[in-house]
Ligand binder design. Structure first.
Ligand code: GLU
Length: 278
């Protein structure tokens, strides 16, 4: 069985990350899982190589171990673009230049219902980001109709028992309340988190996704993308997000609460791991 720790190198790891890593890597200790490390760095506007190197250094210092090679998402734009193209080819996606705010204010996307022709036509197999002129949204209503009576559920394991969660309700709720359709390709990066994460969980054979409860609502969309793409749905373990009591205390004293800074201030890895508890 395989799980993963999938940080985004948008800054230094802090105590919340140390806690999340502890939960994911504890699966290895307790239940003989493999835990992969994946670098989720498709967002070139926020991720840097320096932060990626910082992640390796901090996790290694904390005593975590992971198999190599590590999957670096920014080397796989083409794979994510193919997954997006598949949804476009099914007629389930449309181009949209409106923001969430615009849509909440009542503006209607004008290309809804018009399938995208030619996404990827000029995109050669390469590591480059797809160059697009509009964001691409997934038409939730059409996607649900496309799947007709298929089940849209996932198994949540965080309570210690396996609980089946029905994602259909949450997705229908989003349609009924006219929430903006989800973006599957961001204009600025050509792809999106939702596609990259579900693509990789499938292709890396992740059997259990371990991640923070802050991503719980996204899981409903992930189940939908998995069904539309013919990918299996893993089990999910959403852990509480560390309420950073030490972090707050430290930052009040003017201290940087990153793992790097705690290390530089003379704390041991054990002390930092002990601080990273709920
Ligand atoms: N890269 C995401 C983050 O750092 C986590 C994605 C996931 O675990 O599904 O918040």
């Amino acid at each position: 069985m395989v799980t993963r720790f999938a940080p985004s190198p948008t800054g230094r790891l802090h105590l919340g990350h140390a806690f999340a890593a502890k939960v994911a890597f504890n699966f290895v200790k307790n239940q003989r899982f493999n835990c992969l490390l994946r670098i989720e760095d498709i967002d070139h506007t926020r991720c840097t190589n320096e932060y990626t190197l910082g992640i390796y250094r901090d996790l290694d210092w904390l005593g975590f171990d992971w198999p190599v090679p590590v999957k670096i998402q920014s080397k796989h734009y083409y794979d994510y673009a193919k997954a997006i193209k598949n949804l476009c080819d099914l007629g389930l996606a449309y181009e949209c230049s409106l923001t969430r705010g615009n849509i909440r204010d009542g503006l209607l996307p004008k290309n809804k219902g018009i399938s995208i022709e030619g996404y990827l036509d000029n995109f050669k197999r390469s590591n480059n980001r797809p160059n697009i002129t509009h964001s691409i949204r997934l038409d939730l209503r059409k996607s649900m109709q496309f799947l007709k009576d298929q089940k849209l559920t996932f198994i949540e394991t965080s309570s210690g028992t396996e609980k089946e969660v029905n994602s259909k309700m949450a997705l229908m709720d989003s349609i009924i309340n006219k929430k903006p359709d989800p973006i599957i390709a961001r204009k600025d990066i050509g792809v999106s988190y939702h596609i990259a994460v579900t693509h990789d969980d499938h292709h890396q054979n992740i059997s259990h996704v371990v991640r923070g409860y802050d991503l719980y609502e996204s899981t409903h969309l992930h189940v939908l993308i998995q069904k539309l793409s013919n990918w299996q749905t893993p089990k999910y373990h959403h852990h509480p997000v560390l309420n950073n009591k030490y972090g707050d205390k430290l930052s009040k004293r003017g201290l940087d609460t990153s793992i790097r800074s705690l290390r530089n201030n003379g704390l041991t890895a054990k002390q930092v791991l002990d601080m990273a508890t709920l």
